[in-house]
Design a binder for this molecule. Structure first.
Ligand code: SAH
Ligand code: ZN
Ligand code: ZN
Ligand code: ZN
Ligand code: ZN
Length: 478
């Protein structure tokens, strides 16, 4: 998530200067005097300490700096070609489990006989066949919330997600930032689904061949492997008329950028597989329920399922003592008809006939709203005055004219202006926001940013503020 007062302006175009993570994105910063200034910054890293690239859009990148970034790119990614890294796996597989070593410091597979050159490194050994086929079971997760935010699905959630993909009748799955789905599909041939992993974590080069893993940045659709990687990507799309995309992006990532990527992939798939220009690429996108408005604003064909996605290494999103009280806050968003996507009864899901979809058992069907109204996993209650269902603990407040948490402060505006920080207005009404923008641009902004806030009734604001606090903690990695 970008800092206060910063907005995404454009998508990452190949015309933009590139950092180590491919083409940069144009952002816009609101300055103290109310004016704005645009700049290029990294598409993948949401903190400058992870990628230092910065350039004001009204300045040009000097030839020297351009060279420097090109050199940094080569130095970062071209040390050992993917094919070479993968070759080592064959040798390691031939060795006994006790002779197989993975160096977590250098991110390479080794044979026991090569240990001397890694004396001060951190090593993992022995390694079973299953571990080699499913490296996420032993690779230390990259939990930097501002870059990879690597949180791994529990075995149950992998099973449910694979089940959903199967329901759609996929012959091939594009796993964008979903290594555990790729591992499940590639190590279970009986599923008869091909899989291509596209992820920014290049450690997978040691475990999957260039035909099965592409080092990739989903926020600018950049393939680090150049034309060969692009050919692999297109051949996979061409071979799978029945393609499904599964993605579990970092929750702090920009949805506008991801939406653009998904549209690009869909268009590439239609062309590569010679499909109807209207053909819809089935998508399963994993994201928290409290960012539903943000998801739907950028990807209006997606609807939120009630399934609570569970993780192995996430203190807040997983079940257990540290988990959220009402189960995980993470859901699956899809453009597929919800009535065709059953959820497991043994995990407490049920079919709702009037809604024609599977919901969590705690999600009660409200006869007045004519819907199963819970979002967060608790049973909501209907408020006649508000004419909608609200969270169970909320009370209807006459002063505020809506339902609010019992401890709310009457008539204060909980969300301030993100342009100037004042609490008495939203950023769209900010007096400091005097600038000439083309009408198309301002309309776009209103739709993308404004809809999020204006779509939230005043009584929801407190709760939303809390959700955003949780999110801020998560993306700050606290
Ligand atoms: N739950 C998933 C993992 C999700 S964590 C599973 O178990 O398979 C987010 C994933 O997205 C990680 O694998 C991370 O490496 C990848 N990722 C993070 N930023 C990315 C980017 N900019 N481009 C592509 N992949 C990215
Ligand atoms: Zn970068
Ligand atoms: Zn219902
Ligand atoms: Zn209701
Ligand atoms: Zn009410």
């Amino acid at each position: 998530m970008a800092a206060r007062g910063v907005a995404v302006v454009g998508v990452a175009s190949t015309e933009n200067p590139a950092c180590v993570h491919g083409p940069t994105v144009v952002f816009e910063r609101f300055l103290q005097d109310g004016s704005t200034r645009r700049f290029y910054a990294c598409a993948a890293c949401r903190d400058r300490k992870d990628c230092a690239f910065f350039l004001w859009a009204d300045q040009t990148l000097s030839h020297t700096k351009r060279r420097l970034w090109a050199d940094l790119y080569t130095a970062a990614w071209s040390k050992i070609p993917h094919r070479e890294r993968y070759k080592k796996l064959k040798a390691v597989r031939r060795a006994a489990a006790g002779d197989r070593v993975y160096c977590k410091t250098c991110c390479v597979l080794l044979l026991a006989s090569e240990r001397e050159s890694h004396l001060s490194c951190s090593l993992t050994t022995p390694l079973t066949d299953t571990q080699l086929a499913q490296p996420s079971t032993f690779l230390p997760p990259k939990e930097n919330a501002k870059v990879e935010a690597q949180y791994l699905f529990s075995a149950r959630s992998v099973e449910v997600l694979v089940g959903l993909v199967k329901c759609v009748g996929a012959s091939g799955v594009l796993c964008v930032g979903a290594p555990r789905i790729h591992e499940a599909l590639t190590s279970t041939p009986a599923l008869r689904m091909a899989s291509l992993l596209m992820d920014i974590d290049d450690r997978y080069c040691s475990f999957f061949p260039p035909e099965s893993f592409l080092h990739y940045n989903m926020f600018n659709h950049h393939l680090f492997g150049g034309t060969a990687a692009h050919d692999t990507y297109l051949s996979f799309l061409a071979a799978n008329e029945k393609l499904v995309l599964v993605s579990d992006p970092p929750f702090g990532g920009r949805m506008e950028l991801l939406a653009h990527t998904l549209h690009t992939i869909e268009a590439d798939w239609r062309t590569a597989a010679a499909l109807d220009p209207q053909a819809t690429l089935p998508v399963f996108l994993v994201f928290p329920y409290f960012l539903e408005a943000q998801v739907v604003a950028s990807l209006p064909t997606l609807a939120m399922m009630d399934y609570q996605v569970d993780y192995d290494n996430h203190p807040i999103y997983s079940k257990g003592p540290k988990g959220m009280k009402h189960g995980s806050a993470v859901r699956v968003f899809t453009n597929q008809p919800l009535h065709a996507l059953p959820l497991p009864g043994e995990e407490g899901y049920r079919w709702c006939e009037p809604c024609r979809r599977w919901v969590h058992h705690a999600n009660a069907h409200c006869e007045v709203c004519r819907a199963c109204t819970s979002k967060d996993g608790r049973t909501y209650k209907h408020c006649d005055e508000c004419e909608r269902c609200v969270k169970p603990a909320w009370v209807h407040c006459a002063t505020c004219g809506g339902c609010r948490p019992p401890d709310h402060q009457c008539s204060t505006l909980p969300l301030g202006c993100y342009t100037c920080g004042d609490l008495d207005h939203k950023h769209l009404a900010c007096p400091k926001r005097k600038r000439s923008v083309s009408s198309r641009e301002s309309k776009k902004k209103k739709r993308k940013k404004g809809s999020k806030e204006s779509a939230v009734p005043g009584s929801l604001a407190d709760e939303r503020h809390r959700d955003l606090d949780i999110l801020a903690q998560l993306v700050d990695g606290k």
